[in-house]
Ligand binder design. Structure first.
Ligand code: BT5
Length: 258
C-alpha cells in the first residue's frame, strides 16, 4: 500500500483529499487537526499502515500492527440535517462495512450496538467517531475505523476485552486491504444520504447482533441492565424487552450467562 496504489484503488470515490502515513500515533488525531484547516473538504481521508497510539473509546487502546489492517479516519462535513444526528455516524460506519462485506465478499457481519462489527461473535472492527466543534456547532465529523484484515492484526486474547478476529480468518482466503477499503467507502457514500432514515434503521436492525438473545448492558455508572434484544428504535437507541431503551454510548454489551 502506498499513495499511488491507494489513489488508483479509490479513483471512483469522491475524496476531498488523501493523506497516507506509514506510521502514525492515531489517524483520528491527524484528521481532527486537518479538519481545523480552512479549506478542509468533505470526504477527506487519513489512512495509516500502522498506528502506535490508536485509540478506542474512553481511553482504551486500539492496536494496528503494520501491514495487517486498515486504520482510517474519514472527515465528513455534516449538513444541517446531519448535524442533528451526529450520534448515528457510528452506525453509518458499521452498516457501510457490514453491507460492503456482504456485497463484495459474501461475509455475514453483525453490528454490536453501538459501535463494533462482529463476525460469528468476534470483533473484526471498531469505530470511534469524534467531532470538531465551533461553539456548540459541529464543524467536522471524524469517522475513525479500525478493521482487522490479517490474523496478525488480532491482539493476543489476554489483551482484549472481547473475542476478536480478522476478515481473512472469516473468509479463509487472502484479501487486498484496498479492495475492502474501496467497498467500505462506496457503501458509506451510498448510505450517507439515508442517515437516520427508515431504510438505514431497517438495514441496521437486520445486521444487529444478539437479536432475540438475553444480554446484559453495563453503563458508565456500573449499573447493569438485563433484557432480550428486540431491535433498533427509529432514533438509533437499542430496544430491549425491559422498560427502558438504551441511549448512551459507553456500554459493555455481552450475551448474558443466564
Ligand atoms: C473501539 O473502541 O472499538 C474503537 C476503535 C477505533 C479504532 C480506529 S483505528 C482508526 C482511528 N484512529 C484511532 O486512533 N482510532 C480509530 P472500544 O469499543 O473502546 O474497544 C477498544 C478495545 O478493543 C480495547 O480495549 C481492546 O480490548 C480491543 N482491541 C484493541 N485492538 C483491537 C483489535 N485490533 N481488534 C480487536 N479488538 C481490539
Amino acid at each position: 500500500m502506498n499513495i499511488e496504489t491507494i489513489q488508483t484503488a479509490l479513483k471512483d470515490i469522491p475524496l476531498g483529499g488523501l493523506r497516507y502515513f506509514e506510521q502514525v500515533g492515531s489517524t483520528n488525531d491527524i484528521a481532527l487537526q486537518w479538519a481545523e484547516e480552512k479549506d478542509i473538504r468533505d470526504y477527506s481521508l487519513v489512512l495509516a499502515n500502522e498506528q502506535i497510539m490508536g485509540r478506542g473509546r474512553n481511553g482504551r487502546k486500539w492496536q494496528t500492527p503494520p501491514d495487517t489492517a486498515l486504520a482510517l479516519s474519514l472527515i465528513l462535513l455534516p449538513n444541517s440535517n446531519e448535524k442533528k444526528k451526529l450520534i448515528l455516524f457510528t452506525a453509518l460506519g458499521a452498516l457501510a462495512l457490514a453491507a460492503s462485506l456482504k456485497e463484495k465478499f459474501n461475509i455475514d457481519a453483525q453490528i454490536k450496538w453501538p459501535n463494533d462489527v462482529l463476525i460469528d461473535g468476534e470483533k473484526v472492527a471498531g469505530i470511534l467517531v469524534e467531532a470538531n466543534w465551533i461553539g456548540d456547532t459541529p464543524k467536522a465529523v471524524v469517522l475513525g475505523m479500525g478493521i482487522n484484515i490479517r490474523s496478525e492484526a488480532v491482539p493476543p486474547t489476554k489483551e482484549t476485552l472481547f473475542p476478536a478476529t480478522s476478515l481473512e480468518d472469516a473468509l479463509g482466503a487472502p484479501m487486498a486491504r484496498l479492495d475492502v477499503l474501496r467497498g467500505l467507502l462506496q457503501a458509506l457514500v451510498n448510505w450517507r444520504p439515508r442517515l437516520g432514515g427508515d431504510e438505514m434503521v431497517t438495514a441496521w436492525d437486520e445486521h444487529l447482533a444478539y437479536k432475540g438473545q438475553q444480554v446484559e448492558i453495563r453503563g458508565r455508572d456500573g449499573q447493569v441492565t438485563q433484557g432480550k434484544v428486540l431491535g433498533i428504535n427509529k432514533d438509533g437507541s437499542l430496544r430491549l424487552d425491559t422498560v427502558q431503551s438504551i441511549h448512551f454510548g459507553d456500554v459493555h454489551l455481552r450475551p448474558s450467562r443466564v
